[in-house]
Design a protein around this ligand. Structure first.
Ligand code: PA5
Length: 445
């Protein structure tokens, strides 16, 4: 089970925590009874796919086919249709998994920007390799992914012919609606479903995250089992569960004028978990002019860039450290050097992991002395089950924190604003009206 520690935060007393009891109780009711705003998007709460059930077996069978006949899997998707899968793969298989040549297919993520340079670079990595594609879009109409997929489809059909290409393309989308669903049905792609009641940022434990992760060699059964176990533990613990306590502490920090939560990891492989967390909390809470701005850093690298600000800058933030329990296997050990020219013999015999732990503790204390509090979320570490636990912990904390903020944690109305302007400027049919006014405003830029 994931743990949460805040006692090291000097400024927080038990009474500060208890002050949020009423709001927490309401949030708990909303989550458990489905009686709050956005309750038709609570499908993630009960983890629709269970390890080994029919849908999980179908995902595993598709992943096994990809693994058997492909050197590369291209994952086309953006936002919730990409961040979770990438986070899971990078944390469990390292960000260097594509270079490791360990028998797993290379996995590349495209369709998550309009960068033609990035697209070209990834496609050049496919040359001479056997390719499969997983196109993921709940709406089936998201422009970044749809544009990339149009090109990828053409590439696949040129390489394999239309019929064989269709066997290599897997679509994860709505069960009935959307342009991608229609196209997939027409072309005969195998389809996986993003359930109606699961929003993109809560979808990593559906086919959205599971198919790419399983294809990359992740034990998705263990990932799901971890989430299921975490669900049981959190629900059994009632209002005092660690995910709720974390949600409350975020509100204690907000009430003290903090504007930003920084998710800290001391592990570069966790970087995309940080990206995933930013979407989860940012889209869930950042509305009605409320919420903490979610940021993420990787220490100790970022101690050499942002560390100065965290120590002595504007006091707008607090840190939440994602801390794996136990130690890393195969952590390199600093050798003894007779000449000791670099003066490092005081570290001789210590592993990188041991040094990292001391760096973490030293930093936590220094930041606290500088006025920046650090909360700790501790979890099992680098195995699929523990990561499943952590993901579910963040889901519950996010839903509770959003409800305590009295917003709908499951919509994202603000995401539409840029799309409306972009479509008008690009001449999408139906968006003609605002175009002239926008062109006028552009002249002032
Ligand atoms: O969380 C969300 O709902 C969004 O970030 C979506 O995941 C993102 O916009 C991609 O949408 P879609 O899956 O419809 O292509």
């Amino acid at each position: 089970m994931v743990g949460f520690r805040y006692k090291q935060a000097q400024s927080v007393a038990e009474t500060d925590v208890r002050a949020f009891d009423g709001l927490l109780k309401k949030a708990d009711e909303y989550i458990k009874n489905g009686s709050g705003r956005g309750s038709d998007f609570l499908g993630w709460r009960d983890i629709g796919i269970r390890p080994g059930d029919a849908e999980h077996e179908r995902i595993k069978a598709a992943a096994a086919r990809i693994r058997a006949n492909s050197d590369v899997l291209l994952v086309v998707g953006i936002g919730g249709s990409y961040l979770g899968a990438r986070a899971v793969i990078e944390y469990l298989k390292t960000p260097y998994h594509n270079q490791l040549k360990n028998g797993d297919p290379e996995v590349y993520f495209i369709g998550n920007s309009f960068s033609g340079r990035e697209f070209n670079a990834v496609m050049s990595l496919c040359e001479g390799k056997r390719v499969s594609v997983n196109v993921i879009s709940k709406s089936g109409t998201t422009t970044e992914s749809a544009v990339a997929f149009r090109l990828v489809k053409k590439y696949m059909e040129e390489c394999y012919g239309r019929e064989e290409a269709a066997k290599r393309i897997f679509a994860t989308t709505d069960a009935r609606r959307g342009a991608l669903k229609s196209l997939a049905d027409k072309e005969g792609y195998e389809c996986f479903v993003v359930p109606d009641d699961v929003g993109g940022r809560f979808s990593v434990l559906t086919a959205v995250g599971l198919l790419p992760a399983e294809a990359a060699g992740v034990d998705t059964g263990a990932l799901l089992a971890g989430a299921v176990a975490e669900r049981e533990s959190l629900f059994a613990a009632g209002l005092d569960n660690p995910a709720y306590t974390y949600a409350v502490l975020r509100h204690v920090m907000l009430s003290r004028g903090k504007k930003c939560e920084v998710l800290v990891s001391y592990d570069p492989d966790f970087r995309f978990m940080g990206e995933w967390y930013k979407q989860l909390f940012g889209e869930s809470e950042g509305k009605e002019h409320k919420g903490l701005f979610p940021a993420s850093v990787t220490y100790s690298s970022d101690l050499h860039s942002l560390g100065q600000f965290v120590q002595e800058g504007s006091p707008i933030l607090f840190e939440t450290i994602a801390l794996p329990r136990g130690s890393e296997k195969d952590s390199p050990r600093v050798p003894f050097d007779k000449e000791n020219g670099d003066g490092l013999n005081f570290l001789a015999g210590k592993t990188f992991d041991e040094i990292n732990e001391r760096a973490m503790l030293g930093t936590l204390l220094a930041h606290r002395d500088g006025g920046t509090e650090s909360l700790i979320v501790d979890f099992g570490g680098r195995d699929a089950r523990s990561l499943g636990e952590l993901i579910y912990f963040f889901f519950i904390a996010c839903a509770a924190s959003g409800y305590m903020l009295e917003v709908n944690p499951f919509d994202q109305p603000g995401v539409e604003a840029y799309k409306k302007n972009m479509f008008a400027l690009l001449g999408k049919p139906g968006y003609e009206e605002g175009k002239a006014a926008l062109e006028e405003k552009i002249k002032l830029i």
